[in-house]
Design a protein around this ligand. Structure first.
Ligand SMILES: Cc1cc2nc3c(=O)[nH]c(=O)nc-3n(C[C@H](O)[C@H](O)[C@H](O)COP(=O)(O)O)c2cc1C
Length: 350
């Protein structure tokens, strides 16, 4: 149905369309959530995200290395005094350029909660089951409404097999769940042998949400300097396909909330994420590249699309094109591969 021309288009806030959704037990006014990124580095920028229309904010991560480093410093200075320099510090990766320390992180959550009315989701990033996971409890005490756990692990050791790596993910989640009573979502890696099995196990261990998928940054080689360089490349919409497939496959099979991250740039991307089965669409690259004003634009475009396609609410859409609801469920699996190859037209004659 096309919107009649004589109807002036009200702002997205005034229309009757219900954009609200529920994620991790939190009632959200719409499905757009800025994912963990430098956009949450200060109270001011978090407030700007809220003003721009964000339904909630995932904070940038507090890293295990930062927490461990701080407790190492404390321990060292308590036993050695402040004059000596601990050599072992060189074993810790440098994190100070990216983030503030653990105490300031908790303080930022406290201030963000006071300054805004939207849910604030803390973010912990680490791989071991050490004492750092206690920060899950401290993040809760600081006022966070939920927690996102990012286990960013590169399995480079040939002596560690897949089961051991899976066990590590499950153990970290288990410990984090024990340390806090707020809902916990885990940002999943796309590189498990069995994504579906891991998603099920993480849910059984207690994940309230699965954030699909973590985007691993690939280092580049600088041939002139002979150095490995950490060049950040922002995503594009083509990268949405991977999380889209997996949320569509898993939706309805696990008792967990799905969020899609990676490759959400346009209103169509948000709609696809919802229809695959995500309750929220998370965004970083688009907002970093094109500014926070994009949130309001996308919300307006989503409402127009819903109006034209006679949807009254976002909740109607969630999962409506998941594997269980499409006419051709096999399209998400191997059968689709052969079909796609057969249908591809070569651009030139060979
Ligand atoms: C500059 C930058 C910083 C990021 N920092 C974090 C972080 O601290 N913790 C985290 O879990 N993800 C972090 N991410 C990943 C994003 O949250 C997101 O999952 C990823 O960029 C894919 O989404 P996109 O396609 O919308 O960018 C960061 C991304 C960017 C671009």
């Amino acid at each position: 149905m096309k919107r009649p021309l004589w109807i002036s288009i009200p702002s997205w806030e005034d229309q009757m369309m219900d954009l609200s959704t529920e994620y991790l037990g939190l009632r959200l006014k719409n499905p757009i959530v800025p994912s963990s990124s430098p956009l949450s580095h200060s109270v001011d920028s978090i407030r700007r995200l809220e003003d721009a229309g964000a339904a909630a904010v995932v904070m940038y991560s507090l890293f295990e290395e930062q927490i461990t480093l701080e407790s190492f410093y404390l321990d060292y200075y308590l036993t050695h005094g402040t004059d000596s320099y601990p050599e072992a510090l060189s074993y810790f990766p440098h994190t100070e350029g990216y983030n503030i320390g653990p105490d300031a992180y908790l303080e930022l959550i406290r201030q963000a909660k006071e300054a805004t009315r939207i849910p604030i989701i803390g973010s912990l990033n680490g791989v071991s089951t050490g004492g750092w996971v206690d920060y899950a409890g401290l993040i809760e005490e600081a006022g966070a409404d939920a927690l996102e756990l990012n286990v960013y692990y590169i399995p480079a050791d040939p002596s560690i097999n897949g089961s051991e790596i899976e066990r590590m993910y499950l153990d970290v989640l288990h410990q984090v769940k024990r340390a806090t009573s707020i809902p916990v979502a885990i940002k999943m890696s796309p590189y498990f042998t069995s994504t579906a099995y891991m998603a099920r196990r993480l849910t059984e261990i207690g994940a309230n949400g699965l954030v699909i998928f973590n985007r691993f940054y690939q280092p580049d080689l600088d041939l002139d300097t002979g150095e490995v360089v950490p060049r950040l490349v922002l995503s594009d919409s083509a990268e949405l396909r991977l999380p889209l497939r997996w949320v569509a496959i898993l939706y309805g099979r696990l008792n967990v909330d799905f969020a899609i991250t990676t490759g959400v740039h346009t209103y169509l991307d948000v709609l696809k994420a919802l229809m695959a089965g995500a309750r929220v669409a998370m965004m970083a690259s688009e907002l970093l590249h094109n500014g926070l004003g994009r949130i309001g634009q996308l919300l307006g475009e989503i409402e127009n699309w819903m109006y034209e396609h006679e949807y009254a609410s976002v909740s109607q859409m969630i999962g409506s094109m998941s594997q269980q609801h499409v006419a051709e469920p096999a399209a998400f699996e191997r059968a689709n591969y052969m079909k796609m190859l057969a249908s591809h037209r070569l651009p030139v004659q060979y």
